[in-house]
Design a protein around this ligand. Structure first.
Ligand code: CU
Length: 217
């Protein structure tokens, strides 16, 4: 989206751009530039919203799976750690992904304190094969484990926050503010632009007698 707008101002030197500009007065050029800028700002708003949504929806943890242990890979907080304890937020969606490192059979299972499987990936036995589970964290989840190697491939889940009834309040509110500020900033900019542009026109119009702008609209 924003990619469209950046080459456009340089279009003056191309045939199409040059021709269009030739037909327009200075005010016309300014106006079209303004429209482009506003369009870009609106586009950024949309992208920011989408990006924020994606971030709020699923957080991915990546592991290497081998008999010795789960090897943390991503995010960087768990990189290089064996069976790292994972901090989760209740109500947030997560993906636990792993790659089979040693050609032994492994699966990724999320268990409660009693050892019951809450979510379970398929079993993969080939080196380089991958599997994953996607789940919404609840306080009942205490353990991620390979049920084939439950004594060595096992780590703790520490789920904080609570899911009540609708359950949206806790987790979401904490993840929103930054993205929301960005979006609000962009929206505010988009709304301010016409005002600034009007002031700009007004000041130019005042200097020249304002006939051009009146006939135009
Ligand atoms: Cu295993």
């Amino acid at each position: 989206m924003t990619g469209d707008s950046s080459p456009a101002p340089r279009g003056d030197s191309t045939e199409a751009g040059g021709k269009a500009d030739a037909d327009e007065s200075d005010d016309g050029v300014t106006r079209r530039t303004f429209v482009r800028t506003t369009g870009a700002a609106a586009g950024m708003g949309t992208s920011a919203l989408l990006a924020d949504d994606a971030a709020a929806q699923t957080q991915t943890y990546r592991f290497g799976g081998e008999v010795a242990a789960w090897q943390g890979r991503q995010p960087s907080a768990i990189e290089g750690q064996s069976n790292p304890t994972i901090e989760l937020q209740a109500g947030q969606e997560y993906e636990f992904w792993f790659e089979n490192l040693d050609g032994q059979p492994h699966n990724m299972v999320i268990q409660d304190a009693d050892g019951n499987a809450i979510v379970e990936s398929e079993l993969v036995s080939e080196e380089g094969a991958t599997a994953s589970v996607t789940f919404t964290a609840t306080p009942a989840m205490t353990t991620y484990i390979c049920t084939i190697h439950p004594t060595t491939m096992v780590g703790d889940l520490n789920v904080t926050g609570e899911v009540e009834g609708g359950g949206e309040s806790g987790g979401l509110l904490e993840t929103i503010p930054f993205g929301a500020m960005v979006v609000l900033g962009v929206i505010a900019l988009a709304f301010l632009s016409p005002v600034l542009f009007a002031l700009f026109l007004f000041s130019r119009g005042g200097g020249r007698g304002g006939d051009e702008t009146t006939t135009r609209t």
